[in-house]
Design a binder for this molecule. Structure first.
Ligand SMILES: Nc1ncnc2c1ncn2[C@@H]1O[C@H](COP(=O)(O)OP(=O)(O)O)[C@@H](O)[C@H]1O
Ligand SMILES: [Mg+2]
Length: 276
């Protein structure tokens, strides 16, 4: 009896999630993408959809091709076969000049943070504005301060990167990646190397920015706690394909053997029982 009810509820949730997805636009789509480096096949017939307004988590082990996936979204790499679409535009064969226009839609938080150590926090965040816009000094100041406030680092513009903790560096990197007002934010391992409390603060910031900036987010991680804190959906990358894609609740209930092993390894299935 209980079993029937829980199955019904699960089905109901799944339907709601599917309805929501169908009513949304696709922002990024991978169609049968293949990419090899030498003899190593990294992506093998990878299919993926990122919907506008969602937080999609790409989960996968180290070396599974997560960063390579992000580079394909930006057109920094072209697939050997298959297509990459951004807002219905096929970007697979676009020339470099055209790709600049596409890349403006994205803000990327690199794994390393990659701040310029010789520049102040203010100049680090201002850098893309000076490179890509004709904004006046006042406009730049307003924009940089607004972004520093969004990442909860007001009045830190005068600091040097060396004065910052790991979590603060990530936040400055994040302020810089959103300073050109992207529609999509790509996060490459945003919590890797941070302690648990700092990681949780970064997770909260990802959710906060999602609602305040009304963006789409793709979060690449092997940190399952982080995945479950921020994600609407998971795409599990294994052996070059997105082997399993679904909502967080579905991931907890999934009987996919490799995904289950991956989740069990960090005790998500045990620590966060389903609500059925
Ligand atoms: N430019 C490159 N040249 C050669 N091999 C690469 C290159 N970029 C990535 N790879 C290989 O592709 C695999 C996936 O890399 P990556 O996407 O960085 O993994 P991760 O999931 O840890 O982000 C790795 O084995 C890596 O060594
Ligand atoms: Mg990586």
């Amino acid at each position: 009896m209980t079993e029937t009810i829980s199955t019904d509820r699960r089905a109901e949730r799944r339907e709601t999630a599917e309805r929501r997805q169908h009513s949304r636009d696709l922002f990024v789509e991978f169609r049968n993408v293949e990419k090899a480096y030498g003899i190593k096949n990294v992506l093998r017939d990878a299919n993926l959809k990122v919907f506008r307004g969602e937080v999609l988590v790409i989960l996968g082990g180290s070396g599974s091709g997560k960063s390579v996936t992000l580079r394909h979204m930006l057109g920094l790499e072209a697939p050997d076969a298959g297509r990459v679409l951004v807002e219905d535009e096929d970007i697979t064969d676009l020339p470099e000049e055209e790709l600049y226009r596409v890349r403006k839609k994205f803000g990327m938080l690199f794994q390393s943070g990659a701040l310029f150590d010789s520049m102040t926090v203010f100049e680090n965040v201002a850098f893309p504005l000076r490179e890509h816009t004709e904004m006046s000094e006042e406009e730049i100041e307003q924009s940089v301060n607004e972004k520093l406030e969004l990442v909860n680092l007001p009045n830190t513009g005068h600091l040097m990167p060396v004065d910052l903790s790991g979590g603060m560096r990530k936040r400055v990197g994040l302020a810089r990646s959103i300073v050109l007002n992207p529609q999509v934010i790509l996060y490459d391992e945003p919590t890797t190397g941070l302690d648990p409390i700092t990681s949780q603060k970064i997770n909260e910031l990802i959710i906060d920015l999602q609602s305040k900036l009304n963006v789409t987010s793709v979060v690449v991680t092997h940190d399952i706690q982080s995945a479950f804190s921020v994600g609407d959906r998971i795409a599990f990358l294994n052996k070059g394909v997105f082997e399993w894609v679904g909502t967080m609740d579905e991931a907890r209930d999934s009987d996919h053997p490799v995904l289950r092993d991956f989740l069990k390894a960090s005790a998500v299935t045990a620590a966060q029982p389903t609500r059925d």
